[in-house]
Write a protein that binds this ligand. Structure first.
Ligand SMILES: [Zn+2]
Length: 338
């Protein structure tokens, strides 16, 4: 898992770490009543990891940097024009931008944009950056908490007692092993998304500490449907940005992790089946449709790409629908029973 880092080591290259580390420590401690701890790793290949024996949640510095770049890229564009002074948004898509993954674009981009952004002195744009980044980082960390909470490492029959989330790793496995691994991933995602919405909801019941926080809340989190929408948007941005597009439908059942759009679709199915925050499944359906359209528009504008209409649509392939049914049968074996 690479060398574990001191917060001071990483904050010299990315000062946002110092802002987020206390919040992430508190998040993990609160959720686990102090039984889990949060750490940072220097490993550049792994995005995050849950270590059962140490009850440790590990986030890689590289993953945090990538999410900072993603949030900064979104805020730098004229998206959400009601928030802060911003240049007018423009959309001049270039097909060449569709030929590279968003992750590759972000990895190659300069970190200077994050350190010296044009919007840094605008309190509302800064708040927007903070809220986008906080939501995405929380989802990643809560996913790992979900692995430990469901006791996945403890219940694995084979291999190590880690749950490692690699960026774009194919890691072809035996079908049974892959099915079990993917079921664990979907459960951890479900835990993360539901926890994210609940924590976000509890947070906005408290008065904001900053004036700009109040403005962003009014614009983006003014009702339960807006809260779900914001959670869906940031989850979409995260999945879209980490997707490697190197999976193929035929072998999806052999990967350790389902493809990113498949994971997003599983979350949407969960919302559509059970609803949340007092919204019925059918009320959630309209939130889902709207959030997907907005997310696609934000990604297209931010990265000057044409909309990627196939990204989610491919998940309706017959083989994937069958695979999803198999996963639904496997999921109860990895759910913690209280
Ligand atoms: Zn995982």
């Amino acid at each position: 898992m690479g060398m574990l880092l001191n917060p001071a080591d990483v904050s010299s290259t990315n000062p946002w770490f110092m802002v987020f580390i206390p919040n992430l420590n508190a998040l993990v401690e609160d959720l686990s009543a102090g039984s889990m701890r949060f750490c940072i790793s220097a490993d550049s290949k792994v995005q995050a990891c849950a270590i059962h024996d140490d009850q440790a949640i590990v986030l890689s510095a590289g993953m945090f940097d990538l999410l900072c770049k993603l949030a900064s890229s979104i805020v730098s564009r004229g998206i959400y024009p009601a928030l802060g002074t911003t240049r007018k948004s423009d959309w001049s898509p270039d097909i060449n931008n569709n030929l590279r993954s968003v992750r590759d674009i972000l990895t190659a981009s300069s970190f200077n944009e994050v350190l010296n952004p044009s919007w840094f002195n605008d309190s509302e744009r800064l708040e927007l950056f903070f809220q986008l980044l906080w939501s995405m980082v929380r989802f990643v960390v809560l996913h790992e908490v979900g692995h430990l909470w469901h006791q996945h490492g403890q219940r694995r029959k084979e291999g190590h007692r880690f749950e490692i989330d690699n960026l774009g790793s194919k890691s072809l496995q035996e079908p049974k092993q892959a099915l079990e691994s993917q079921a664990r991933e979907l459960l951890a995602d479900q835990f993360a998304f539901r926890s994210l919405l609940r924590i976000q909801h509890e947070e906005i019941l408290h008065p904001p500490t900053r004036k700009s926080e109040n403005t962003v809340r009014s614009a983006l989190l003014s009702s339960p449907s807006e809260e779900i929408s914001f959670g869906l948007l940031t989850t979409y941005f995260y999945f879209y940005a980490v997707d490697q597009y190197n999976w193929d439908i035929e072998n999806t059942h052999l990967y350790s992790h389902p493809p990113a759009p498949f994971r997003l679709k599983a979350l949407l199915c969960d919302l559509f089946e059970f609803g949340t925050l007092g919204l019925s499944p059918s009320e959630c359906q309209s939130v889902i449709i709207r959030a997907n359209v907005i997310a696609d528009a934000v990604i297209s504008t931010t990265f000057q790409r044409f909309p990627d209409l196939n990204w989610m649509a491919l998940m309706n392939d017959k083989r994937l629908l069958k695979h999803f049914t198999h996963l639904c049968d496997e999921i109860p074996n990895w759910r913690r029973v209280l």
